[in-house]
Design a protein around this ligand. Structure first.
Ligand code: BES
Ligand code: MN
Ligand code: ZN
Length: 494
């Protein structure tokens, strides 16, 4: 797959498939004004006949238009021209790309970027197209008998732009979109793999593969004995019941001078969460294979960082464990001492994400990061509060919270800030240890974040709870690769 830009004359357009925008209010699209009379007639007739009205997200594929230079013409509705905004434009591109992607076209040219979209420059538009094309082209095949893929192999996807001035901008956008799209699909693949394949050891091998992709990256993977030595008993308590050994994966990316402090990304990598002795109910338990999505997303953010050769220092930590019940498993009421020295009464073994992050976050501080961001499918409560649209965002620093919120909005991978503070701390009181690992029935996402905040000392820290956003359930069950776009946007801004 190859992404390109063109300033070619639209009057003599050549492609297997061209994507052309139409407006609901009948206003002429800028993109189609320069097309040949034949193509303009075709579009006019489709609109006049009512086969497409131009509503946002509507598409119509016209075929056998070969004599006009393009074999297929895909019309994509953009709604009313005066009301067009970035969200509407993205939605229209998503629909068009979904349709075009499953066509037989080898060469595709997209004219939608020729429209003026408030708040979007050529970079944003090109990036969004590449990103969405890659998202639509992902298929999960790893554990299936070879399914026949009839799509052309070497597709050329071209974005039409206005003038030469936009060329550099659009090129940059395609490069970013490609990196983000590929990284996101990488995270989706890790998420979708079953837990008998995607184990802590598997994540280690993936981390080592990533390290081989760039001379800027080094991998260091802590094994059980090293973690014991470091006193990471909180993390280790989670996998006592599992036959699989834990891993604490640490990847260093050096793209800036040694003096520049790194950003730290820390991911929850529970490769399967049964709940442990506090066993989960059976319904949809299979989805707990996605409980390593935080780890997947931070590995993917590194994937994008490598591809974009970002001029930053980055350290990525992924805490990989499996949470199982057994005769050796941690029991409710058991008390462990975390690496920080504080003791934790484990009242519920299903609140395991915070137990592994407690030690992983604490360990990340040794790299003196300028900012620490953890990503975790941490609480069902976050899903209850925000549904599947926004990731939950918590921070001990307002600037960092705003930076991440804005990155999510710009990348169309949004996060919503939820409260956190000393008022909630009493919930975590224990009669037998320095703290308990659960609070009351209320504000579950917040008390989880409060628990984490005790292990980051005074570092600038934020926490993304992706319990609602990391995967889809039902008929389209599968990993979404969120919040890779948010994280990459955040790193681009460093
Ligand atoms: N991985 C789950 C959170 C989760 C549940 C994510 C459902 C997405 C969908 C986490 O480890 C967990 O079990 N959390 C508990 C915490 C509770 C015991 C305080 C929860 O949310 O129920
Ligand atoms: Mn759990
Ligand atoms: Zn979990």
């Amino acid at each position: 797959m190859q992404f390109e830009i063109t300033t070619q004359n639209l009057n003599s357009l050549q492609a297997d498939l061209a994507i052309a925008p139409v407006y609901q209010d009948g206003k002429q699209a800028k993109a189609t004004a320069g097309l040949s009379a034949g193509l303009r007639n075709l579009i006019g007739n489709a609109m006049a006949s009512g086969d497409i009205r131009g509503k946002s997200g509507e598409t119509l594929l016209l075929t056998h238009t070969g004599r006009l230079g393009v074999r297929h013409l895909l019309l994509a509705g953009l709604g009313n021209r005066d009301k067009l905004d970035a969200a509407g434009w993205r939605k229209a591109v998503e629909a068009a790309v979904k349709r075009a992607e499953r066509s037989s076209a080898t060469t595709v040219i997209n004219l939608m970027g020729l429209e003026d979209v408030p708040g979007m420059d050529a970079t944003r538009k090109a990036r969004s197209f590449a990103e969405q094309w890659l998202y639509a082209s992902y298929r999960y095949t790893a554990t299936r008998k070879r399914v026949k893929d009839t799509r052309p192999k070497d597709r050329r996807l071209t974005v039409a732009i206005d003038g030469e001035e936009e060329e550099a901008q659009a090129k940059l956008g395609l490069r970013q979109g490609r990196a983000i799209g590929r990284a996101r699909n990488y995270a989706r693949e890790l998420g979708n793999l079953p837990a008998n394949v995607c184990t802590p050891a598997y994540l280690e091998s993936e981390a080592r593969k990533l390290a081989r992709r760039s001379t800027r990256v080094t991998a260091e993977v802590l094994q059980e004995d090293e973690m014991k030595e470091l006193g990471m008993n909180s993390l280790l308590s989670v996998c006592e019941g599992s036959e699989l050994k834990p891993r604490l994966i640490v990847l260093h990316y050096r793209g800036a001078s040694d003096e520049s402090p790194p950003v730290a990304l820390v991911g929850k990598g529970v490769t399967f969460d049964t709940g442990g002795i506090s066993l989960k109910p059976g319904r949809a338990m299979d989805e707990m294979k996605f409980d390593m999505s935080g780890a997947g997303s931070v590995l993917a953010a590194l994937h994008a960082t490598i591809e974009l050769r970002l001029p930053i220092n980055l350290v990525v930590l992924a805490a990989a464990v499996e949470n199982m019940p057994s005769g050796r498993a941690t029991k409710p009421g058991d008390i462990v001492k975390a690496m920080s020295g504080e003791t934790i009464e484990i009242l519920n073994t299903d609140a395991e994400g915070r137990l592994i992050l407690a030690d992983a976050l604490y360990y990340s501080l040794r790299y003196k990061p300028s900012k620490v961001v953890d990503v975790a499918t941490l609480t069902g409560a976050c899903l209850m509060a925000l549904g599947r649209h926004y990731s939950g965002l918590f921070a001990n620093n307002d600037d960092l919270a705003e930076e991440l919120r804005a990155a999510g909005e710009a990348a169309s991978d949004p996060a919503w800030r939820l409260p956190m503070g000393p008022q909630y701390m009493p919930e975590l009181k224990s009669n037998f240890a320095d703290m308990a690992n659960i609070g009351s029935r209320f504000a579950g996402a917040t008390t989880a974040a409060c628990f984490l905040s005790r292990f980051v000392k005074n570092a600038r820290w934020a926490h993304l709870d992706i319990a609602g956003t990391a995967w889809k359930t039902g008929g389209s069950k599968g990993s979404t690769g969120r919040p890779v776009p948010l994280l990459t946007e955040f790193l681009l801004g460093q």
